[in-house]
Structure formats: structure tokens, C-alpha cells
Design a binder for this molecule. Sequence first.
Ligand SMILES: NC(=O)c1ccc[n+]([C@@H]2O[C@H](COP(=O)([O-])OP(=O)(O)OC[C@H]3O[C@@H](n4cnc5c(N)ncnc54)[C@H](O)[C@@H]3O)[C@@H](O)[C@H]2O)c1
Ligand SMILES: O=C(O)C(=O)C[C@@H](O)[C@H](O)[C@H](O)COP(=O)(O)O
Ligand SMILES: [Zn+2]
Length: 335
Amino acid sequence: METTYKKVLIITDTQVAPLYLEDVKQAFSSQVTVDDYVVPAGEASKSMEQYSRLLDACISLQLDRKSLIIGLGGGMVGDLAGFVASTYLRGIDFVQMPTTILAHDSSVGGKVAINHPQGKNLIGCFYNPVYVIYDTDTLLSLPLSEVRSGFGEVIKHALLSDAEWCDDLFQVNVSKLSPEQLNLYLSKGIQVKADIVEQDEKENGIRRHLNLGHTLAHALEAELGYGEITHGEAVALGIWFSLRASEKHLGASLPTEKYAKWLIQNNYPIHLIVNINKNRIIERMKWDKKTVESQIHYVLLEAIGKPAVITIEESKLDELLTDFLKEVSQIDERN
Ligand SMILES: NC(=O)c1ccc[n+]([C@@H]2O[C@H](COP(=O)([O-])OP(=O)(O)OC[C@H]3O[C@@H](n4cnc5c(N)ncnc54)[C@H](O)[C@@H]3O)[C@@H](O)[C@H]2O)c1
Ligand SMILES: O=C(O)C(=O)C[C@@H](O)[C@H](O)[C@H](O)COP(=O)(O)O
Ligand SMILES: [Zn+2]
């Protein structure tokens, strides 16, 4: 990493700024000019409008190729700041300072992007930070809803890798975790992700497994309106569908009941999808980046730790989704 940055721009959001921005600024010597740009907290800021304003800020601050951009915050800030850094002057150095549980996933692997009303992360690229600085003490200020959201990606990493870890997680109440337990899960998750990304950085093959649950999750986020459901909660619900679809489509034997019980005990917002418009969701699923020649490719599990990318015909997907939404609505009525 360049160690003589003269200008630094810290990009953060309105919820993180009052908590951590001054601390980070104070860490620089007086030789460095440190500016900040604070976007509204929430997924809606991962937009073309904020991206454009941030580029205007880079230009008015006259950042050059020896300047540094820091993304201080959760995955929203990381993806947005990283995309600005990747395109400004064809790319300047970028540091990720993740502050959410979910960002154990988003700060690794170099995917940076903004959303389009049609779909999630439709505009982006692969651009790695020069450093990731993850101070897990920052996680102590997270609201419970964001802890829950972060566990959508933690449980994904467990299902992709390790049945014993899954059993352990099914016992977990996300509101009652010790910092030691959380740190253990985060390092396990980072390892699972890093191992996959090292083998397939640009997602031509096995990196697609990291999209478990995301074909439905991204469709839900766009359909409900960005920020109406968190990314991690949408992923957790998307994984539920993937587990059921794996049982029905592949005949896999999976702990789907235990998984659903865990979701309910931890108050994942299943009510948000009860009245979802199934046909519009299927149309949105076609915008998934794994889609090739209009064929939806789905990440299913043959077993825990054994993901596979499977083409599902639209009529079959319709049937699977109809059954799933019926099941969700019956469970929602009972709870
Ligand atoms: N690039 C990738 O590989 C990747 C992977 C997973 C998710 N993502 C993206 O990440 C985004 C979701 O990330 P997220 O869940 O971190 O969302 P987020 O960045 O919107 O953060 C969630 C909320 O928590 C607040 N917050 C952040 N840190 C806090 C702290 N320490 N204390 C108190 N409040 C805090 C934020 O202000 C925000 O309101 C989505 O846009 C998703 O698409 C990207
Ligand atoms: O890193 C990856 O690869 C992932 O799929 C991780 C996902 O958790 C993440 O949400 C990612 O941004 C999804 O990527 P996309 O290419 O489907 O937009
Ligand atoms: Zn994700």
C-alpha cells in the first residue's frame, strides 16, 4: 500500500459518522488532508445519484492517483465507496473499514457496485481494496436488526461448508451472542469466502456458490424497494427457498425444518413475503447475474457443504415458488 497519501476521502453514512468518523480522522497525521462525505444511511444510497455526487466531490477535492478513498461502514458504504474508487481516474487506492457483521462478507472478494431500480448491483466491477481494517469492537453498537441481517450471510457460509457448524448455529439466538462466539463465526465465514474467491476471483465457476439464496433475495429487495428488507434478511429467506427447492428438485436431504425454526425464533421478517407478487418476482429473478440466455441458474445444495449451480425451467420455478409461498404464509399465520 502507498504510505504517503496526501489526500484521503472517507466515505461513510449518517448512522456511522457520529459513532466512528472522528476516531478515524484523528488517526491521521497533520501532514494528510482528510475530508469526508456522509451519505444517508440505508440501501437507497447505493444509487446512481449518490455515485454521481461522490464523483463530483472527488473532483472538487482534486483527488489524484496518489489519493486514498476509505469506505467506513457496512456493505452499502463499502460497495458504493469501492465503486467510486474503482472508476475515479480509472481507479485509485481504496481501503475498506467494515463496521457490520454482514460486512465480514462484503469487504472480502472485491465485488463493488451500485443498484439499479431493475435489480441489485447491476452496475459494478471487481476491485479489491488495498487493505481491510475490521475492528470488531464497532459491532457492539449495531442494532439487533442488523445483527440478524449479518447472520443471513454467516449461516450461508456455514451451509456452504460445514454441517457441524450449521448445527451449532441452529442453537444460536442472535441477540445473545458473546463477542468470542461472534468473532469465531466471523473468522470462519471470512475463511470460507476467501477460500472460494482465491480459486475463482471473477466468478466463472465456484464463486457462484456464494450466491446461495441471492437469486430470490435480490428480487425481493428490488421488488419491496431498496431498504424495505435488509440484504441479510432477504438472503436468509432466499436460503430457505433454496433448501426447499433442493429437497424437491434434487431430492436432497437437508435440515430445512430446523432452518425455518431458527428463522422464526430469531424473528426474521417472513411476513414481508407473504403477499409478494410471484410473477413479478420471477421476472426480477431473470436479472440475476448468473442468468445466461434467459435461463435462470440457481444455487442449490446436494448436501450441506455440497452446493451446485442448476438450471431451473420457469414452469418448475413457478411451481416451487408457489409451494414455498404457501408454506411461508401458513407458518406466518401460526406465529
Ligand atoms: N460486495 C459484496 O461481496 C457484498 C456481499 C454482501 C453484501 N453486499 C452488500 O452489502 C449491503 C448490505 O450491507 P450491510 O448489511 O452492512 O448494510 P448497511 O451498510 O446499510 O448497514 C446497515 C445499517 O447499519 C448501520 N451501521 C453500520 N455500522 C454500524 C455500527 N457499527 N453501529 C451502528 N450502526 C451501524 C448503517 O448505518 C445502516 O443503517 C448490500 O448493499 C449488499 O448488496 C455486498
Ligand atoms: O462475493 C460474492 O460473490 C457473493 O455472491 C457474495 C454475496 O453475499 C453478495 O451479496 C454479492 O454482492 C452478490 O453479488 P451479485 O454478483 O449477485 O450482485
Ligand atoms: Zn449477499
